[in-house]
Design a protein around this ligand. Structure first.
Ligand code: AR6
Length: 176
């Protein structure tokens, strides 16, 4: 666990859909059309109200984030963030990747949320290398924690041990 000002950052291994936080972040696609991985788990657990809200919004460009109800989830909200598809690293992926995290945090603060859980965006179906993703994601979140924020608790929920370890290794050099 890392604490900066009044905010804690914690890495856990588990399922994003079962987290008791104000908002869970979904690894969505630009059409907000649903899918596998995190997206499938969130819609399955949260029920049809989430897809109904997604259809009303219509879509979300890569690097952006939108907020909907959490339906039947423990989380009151879902923040749907669209990370980039990895195409080798020369196509602006890192900028879009960081933007997806930044925009999620911005939306959370705009709604005055106190707690948020992130998955590892883009590292499943979208193929972003986990070691690069972990370092970039953690940098964005640590930078956010150094400024004014409503968030008191930020979780990274990693689905398996190898993702958890990649985040642990990436975090070590970033904290004093
Ligand atoms: N909880 C936490 N992490 C999970 C879970 C879960 N329940 N399930 C998978 N992961 P992905 P992406 C991990 O594919 O790469 C969807 O079809 C997984 O091991 O969910 O951003 C969308 O609709 C991986 O490390 O998201 C989009 O079309 C990470 O979460 C597309 O996939 C992200 O994997 C988005 O792809």
């Amino acid at each position: 666990m890392v604490t900066i000002n009044q905010t804690t950052l914690t890495l856990v291994e588990g399922d994003i859909a079962s987290q008791a936080v104000d908002a869970v972040v979904n690894a969505a696609n630009a059409a907000l059309a649903g899918g596998g991985g995190v997206d499938g788990a969130i819609h399955r657990a949260g029920g049809p109200a989430i897809m109904k809200a997604c259809r009303a919004i219509g879509g979300c460009s890569t690097g952006s984030a939108v907020i909907t109800t959490g339906g039947r989830l423990l989380a009151r909200y879902v923040i749907h963030a669209v990370g980039p598809i990895w195409r080798g690293g020369q196509y602006g992926e890192a900028v879009l990747f960081q933007s997806a995290y930044r925009e999620s945090l911005r939306v959370a603060v705009a709604h005055n949320l106190r707690s948020i859980a992130f998955p590892s965006l883009s590292t499943g179906a979208y193929g972003y290398p986990i070691h690069l993703a972990a370092a970039l994601a953690l940098r964005v979140v640590l930078e956010h924690m150094s400024g004014p924020t409503s968030l008191e608790k930020i979780l990274f929920v990693l689905f398996d041990q190898s993702a958890f370890q990649a985040f642990q290794h990436a975090l070590a050099p970033l904290v004093p």
